[in-house]
Design a protein around this ligand. Sequence first.
Ligand SMILES: [Zn+2]
Ligand SMILES: [Zn+2]
Length: 371
Amino acid sequence: MKITAAVAKFPKADFEFAELELEEPRDDEILVRIAAVGLCHTDLVARDQILPVPLPAILGHEGAGMVVRVGANVSKVAEGDHVVLTFRSCAVCTRCLAGEPTYCEQALALNYTGCRPDGSKAIHDHGAPVSSNFFGQSSFATYALAYESNVVKIDPTVPLELLGPLGCGVQTGAGAVLRALACPKGSSIVILGGGSVGLSAVLGAVIAGCTTIIVSDPKAERRALALELGATHVIDPTAEKVNKAVRRLTGAGADFALDTTGAGPVMDSALGCLRPHGTLALLGVPSNPEQRLPGLASTVLMFGYTIKGIIEGDSQPDSFIPELISYYLEGRFPFDKLISLYRFDQLNQAVQDQHDGKIVKAVLTMPNHLL
Ligand SMILES: [Zn+2]
Ligand SMILES: [Zn+2]
């Protein structure tokens, strides 16, 4: 079928819109008409070839939409269901069976190679293959093919256009606090970076009952938003050393530090924020592929620190995404405050505005005339 898609053709270059051909769903595939799709840093990491998905590629991995058709082996969803798309996992490896799909042993093959595991690509441009299946969806397009493991059926009364980011950025931040770290009530956390992942972590920390929630970000608007969302303190890292400020606020240091930046100096300062036996969580993909872990081995040893990488907040999407939606409906999880809506054809503007820090999270809505 014909689709309209945003094609990533060259690193750091604008996406180009084109009419392409999407294959019909195979037996295990689900055709989804995309209502809206979030823009995530990982899309740009892939476009810019830090994550080497072969170009040209259709990226996009925070899709939300309606099921149009399903393959013969699909029973989880049916035509007309509203779904949030998330990362794909295999469902049968040791990690998946242990309930840890974010660490699926097939994660690379299923999410980042730009093709199905058999090497075929689902999207073509005048017969020439275009990389598809990004996060098992490639949802920078009017229609996408997804799988049972990465569709989450949701209540059709909730506005679909807001929900895509729950499938990646929002569950990454909130899940880190509520699932991976399971921050106890009364604990303290410092969050480095007030982007969509960091602010989603703030929302998660409020629900977890953390009593000290500190956000460090150089941008005044993001610090203001962090306070509005429930941060108890904010730090301007350009005005004050973060670790000193955290010690001033907490005494011995924070129980948890959460880096969402992937930047070496920020991660170093995050380690310096911890109390003895504290945990540093790493969530941000480093833009420098050679980036090493922060801190001296002797420091980590002496203070009994844990440094923990976390993917997608350790989310089990089928339970966690509906849980986040229920918090949202109760007014306890206002993740919509992070979102700025754009039309799909304004994707390049959204990339620029997100880069400039004018917005926190862009969600691109699909105009009806494209469908
Ligand atoms: Zn697996
Ligand atoms: Zn993402």
